[in-house]
Every structure is written in C-alpha cells, then in structure tokens.
Design a protein around this ligand. Structure first.
Ligand SMILES: Cc1ncc(COP(=O)(O)O)c(C=O)c1O
Length: 463
C-alpha cells in the first residue's frame, strides 16, 4: 500500500513536471524538488497523495470560507450542471441562478451597492473595475481623469491592469509593468514605519501621515488627472497590513475632496473574513466600486463580481449606449448556483457573527497568548480570522531581518513538514483559516505554528 502511494506520487510528480506550469513558481526548482499532490479535502483538512493529513490555516488561497467538503455546495453545483450547465448573458438573456445571486449580493453589500457585474477571478474583477472607472469619467466628460492610484505592497492580481495596480514590485519587471497611468502611495504598515523613516509616530499618527501621502500624490499629479484610488480594506498578500483607525476616514475625506473614485478590493476581506460581510463595513469605508471573488463561492467555483455604488451605477447604467464589455463566463450558471448556496450556508450557520464574536476573538487571543512574549516575534496583529505574526531579529524594535524572507521561509517549511499550512510573506507568518474552524482546530493551528516558530528560533540562535 505504502509502495503503491509512493509510486502514484512519483507518477503524478513526473507528469506535473513534464506538462504543468505553476503560478508564481520557479519551474526548474519545483521540478527538482517534486510537487506536493493534494488528493482530497474535508472541513479544515487536506490530504496529500502520500496520505499525510494537513490542517489548512490559509483556507486555500484565503477563500474556503465554509471549509472543504460542503455537500450543499456540491449539490447546488450538480443540480445546475444538469439543469443549465451553461448559458450566457449576452443577447438579452439571463438565468435564475445569476439573477438570484445578483439580488442576494445586493442585500449583503454596503448600502447603495445594488448592481453587480460578474467575472471569473479577482484579477478580472479588478480589471473590470478599472475599465468601469475609465468609462465613468469618460461619460462624465472628464476624460483626462485617467491615473489609477494604489498602494505599495498591494496585491490586486495578475492581468496587465491588476498587476499594474499591484504594489508588490517583484510583480513588474518580467512583464514591463506597470503600464503608464498607474502611481503608488505608501501602505499604512505601522510595523514597517520606523524602517521607512516615519520615526516613532504612534499608529494613529502614522495612519494620518500615510493618508496625507495620498493627498500629496493627488496634488502632485493634479486632481484633474486622477481617476481612482484602489485599496484592500486590509492588505492581504502584501503582509496582512491592518490600517490604524485614523487611516480610512482620512482617505475617504481626501478621495471626496478631490473627486477621486474609491475602489475597494474585497477579494480577501469579503464574505465574513473580518467579522462583517465586507471589510468596508468593518472599517466604515464607503467605496464607489467594490471587487470581490474568493469567498463569494468559498473557492468552490471560479467566480468574481464588481458592484457599483450609487454614483457609478447612475452614470453607467443610464449611458443609453451599449457597454462594450463582458466575458463568455460572466455569471456562469453553475458558479452562480454554488455561490448562491455558499452565501445561504454562511448566513444560516451565522459564520459572519461567529468570526466577529467567537472564533475570531478566540484565534486572536490564543495567538497573543502563544506569541506576544516570544523572543522571535515582534508583533501579533489581526482582525476576525486574519492574523499575522511578525518574526524579527530584535524583540521590541520594529526592525526586519537583513536577508528578507529567509527566516519566514524556514518557519514556513517547518509548518509544512508538521502538517500545517501557514504562509510566510517576507518574514511574517500569516493565517486565514476557514470560517467554520472549531476552537480545537484553531488550537491545533496555533500549537503547530508555535512549534514551527520555536524550532525556527532555535535554528537562528534565538532561544
Ligand atoms: C486582494 C486581492 N485582489 C485580487 C486578487 C486576485 O485574484 P485572482 O487570483 O482570483 O485573480 C487577489 C488574490 O489573491 C487578492 O488577494
């Protein structure tokens, strides 16, 4: 049996190496090592082809809100596959699954977001959002408003526009990006503030200082030229950056003052992750346009959406001309059926309130108990079921390791080998478990991470 699984694993590894190119991967290095093959999943657990059981502290890629193996979602998908496996929304047609999903979203989204367009991924949603922003200003007779602002360390996806919007600089040189018309402002990353030259400003002072950098950039480029500011309510792939409380109200004020559209990228923060349906609700942000994906279907189907606030909806939907945009799979009936059932499950199980009132606070408390005093840990931060543990060379000082990513990767490898999926972003360990995780599963995640951080500290001479 063991030999059989070993042979199967080798077989799949060889085929994968021969034919499959992975996202964000050094192909030669991966092929030399051999890929891990995941064969099944249930609840918060995954199993690989060697039979190892792994607890998924990341909900896949921050997306599996209801956990794996939810039979209701599977049934919804099977039903739609047999009833209406495909039809499109071009040529004056629609279908019940898409209609019901759009209507359901309108009840959950921030006030005034009554209309949605569908796409298939977060990148496509952001690409669509930027096109709609351009179209809006063109319809308003202000075609010079073209520059899209976003933040350093932002992750908005990989299409030409979404990658241009992203502020993780390694995403750019291979593709000659960013495109013209994109500019960046600093992220509200308080832990990195001292290293970035902001001195010892308190988080709230720093939040205002960074918001004012947005204002400076708008004035530098000319308010008449700036179309939009795009931002994740909490920056995810950039290292889980939670803005100080002073930040968002000031950003909102600045965008209103200079007539800059506010685009919220809720691809990670949507669907309960921060303890409200949307991160905008947690941080009292009133965006003009929102992108969402991931948790919309708990990752069970590729689907994303863009919602329009009142100002954009009024203009775009009353343009009295064809809006020349849409995908073959916009509002795919199977994806919509699964997403709709997913939202019903999240609602029925009270998962959003659970993140806010019980399992979210539990995770945050347990992480603080386990790591606040740890010699290798500079900060534990989090909101809802998003959490980050910053590994540092000198406790008590907001300073990073000189060789960025080395310690984090080392720790991540210990997590993997002990059956925990956590992710290292630079030297920050991050967690985003499914919204269904129980206290004992959270405890297992915390304990496995503790063991990995202890071993890392030992290897780097810190305990
Ligand atoms: C905030 C945010 N926006 C956009 C994306 C891109 O989504 P996708 O990978 O579905 O294109 C991601 C993916 O992680 C994300 O975290």
């Amino acid at each position: 049996m063991v030999a059989e699984t070993h042979n199967l694993t080798k077989h799949w590894q060889a085929l994968d190496a021969a034919h499959h190119v992975h996202p964000f991967t050094d192909t030669a290095a991966l092929n030399a090592e051999g890929v891990r093959v995941i064969t099944k999943a249930d609840g918060v657990y995954l199993w690989d082809s060697n039979g190892n059981k792994i607890i998924d502290g990341m909900s896949g890629l921050w997306c599996v809100q209801v956990g794996y193996g939810n039979s209701e979602l599977a049934e919804a998908g099977c039903e739609a596959l047999s009833v209406l496996p495909y039809y499109n929304h071009f040529f004056k047609t629609s279908n019940p699954y898409t209609i019901e999903l759009a209507a359901k979203l309108a009840t959950l989204l921030p006030d005034g977001h009554t209309h949605v367009l569908f796409a298939n991924s977060g990148s496509e949603a952001n690409d669509t959002a930027l096109k709609l922003i351009r179209y809006y200003w063109n319809l308003k007779g202000r075609p010079e408003k073209k520059i899209h602002l976003s933040r350093e360390l932002a992750y908005h996806g990989v299409t030409f526009a979404a990658a241009s919007l992203s502020g993780l600089t390694p995403m750019h040189p291979q593709w000659d990006l960013p495109l013209p018309g994109f500019a960046k402002v600093p992220a509200p990353y308080w832990f990195g503030a001292e290293a970035a030259g902001y001195g010892d400003a308190t988080p709230e002072e720093f939040g205002l200082l960074v918001a004012h950098k947005l204002e400076d950039k708008i004035l530098e480029l000319g308010p008449d030229n700036v179309a939009s500011f795009s931002a994740e309510p909490v920056q995810g792939a950039g290292g889980l950056i939670f803005p100080p409380h002073s930040y968002w109200p000031e950003v909102q004020r600045i965008c209103a003052k200079y007539d800059v559209l506010l685009h919220a990228d809720e691809v990670i923060t949507g669907f309960g992750r921060t303890g409200e349906w949307f991160g905008c609700q947690t941080y009292a942000i009133e965006p003009d346009i929102i992108s969402m994906a991931k948790g919309l279907s708990s990752g069970y189907q590729p689907i994303s959406a863009v919602s329009l606030g009142p100002r954009m909806a009024d203009t775009l939907l009353n343009a009295n001309e064809e809006m020349v945009h849409g995908y073959t799979y916009s509002g795919h009936p199977v994806a919509c059926a699964v997403a709709l059932r997913n939202l019903e499950v999240i609602e029925r199980l009270g998962l959003v309130a659970r993140v806010k009132n019980s399992i979210g606070p539990y995770l945050q408390q347990r992480l603080r108990e386990a790591f606040q005093e740890h010699a290798l840990v500079g900060e534990v931060r989090g909101e809802g079921l998003l959490a980050a543990i910053e590994l540092v060379p000198h406790k008590g000082v907001r300073e990073f390791f000189p060789e960025v990513g080395q310690v984090g990767t080392h720790c991540r490898n210990y997590c993997f080998s002990s059956g925990l999926i956590s992710r290292a972003i630079r030297d920050t360990m991050v967690l985003a478990p499914p919204l269904t995780a129980t206290e004992s599963e959270v405890e297992e995640i915390v304990m496995k991470l503790k063991s990995a951080i202890d071993r890392t500290a030992h290897d780097f001479g810190r305990i």
